[in-house]
Design a protein around this ligand. Structure first.
Ligand code: HEC
Length: 136
């Protein structure tokens, strides 16, 4: 019993610290959300899937030209014909409407940081503003 009394709080403290660390590191949070919501299709390395799913990695031209649209695409999806690195894609992408502005900021900054060839990061107030103007 004495053992439990000492170890239980210690274990809890370690969990609490790990949790706090996770939540306070936006890059890791973005990576975790990307793996959960996006890598099914775009894959862990962001390279996409043949003629069906466009790449995100190495697509900084597209990312830069569509900077203002990306928050709405993540939240509400995209059903369009787009061209990424010279290839046309016409499949629809489902959005994830439950994502918050903070989560979207973290995912996009993870993408920019990892594959965006030096594109500037998003600010939270910028993403909030863009989300308030999504085409319905
Ligand atoms: C069910 C598969 C699927 C999922 C899940 C998915 N996407 Fe997509 N994504 C697509 C398809 C298909 C397109 C092309 C849509 C079109 O042509 O209208 C696309 C387009 C994009 C684009 C613009 C083109 C490019 O490659 O740069 C970005 C950025 C993107 N997705 C990011 C994400 C992110 C981030 C997530 C997770 C929040 C996500 N996608 C989840 C299938 C998916």
């Amino acid at each position: 019993m004495r053992f439990l009394k000492i170890t239980a709080p210690a274990v809890l403290a370690v969990f609490a610290l790990a949790f706090a660390y996770c939540e306070s590191n936006p890059y890791r949070e973005g990576e975790r959300l990307y793996k959960f919501h996006c890598s099914n299709c775009h894959l862990d390395d962001g390279k996409g899937l043949g003629a069906l799913i466009p790449p995100i990695a190495g697509a900084s031209d597209f990312l830069d030209a569509n900077r203002e649209r990306l928050p709405c695409i993540l939240k509400y999806g995209l059903k369009d014909t787009i061209e990424v690195k010279g290839v046309r894609y016409a499949e629809a992408m489902p959005g994830v409407p439950t994502l918050s502005a903070i989560q979207i900021t973290n995912i996009l900054n993870f993408i920019h940081h990892t594959w965006g060839d030096g594109l500037p990061p998003y600010r939270l107030d910028e993403v909030e503003h863009l989300l308030s103007e999504c085409p319905k």
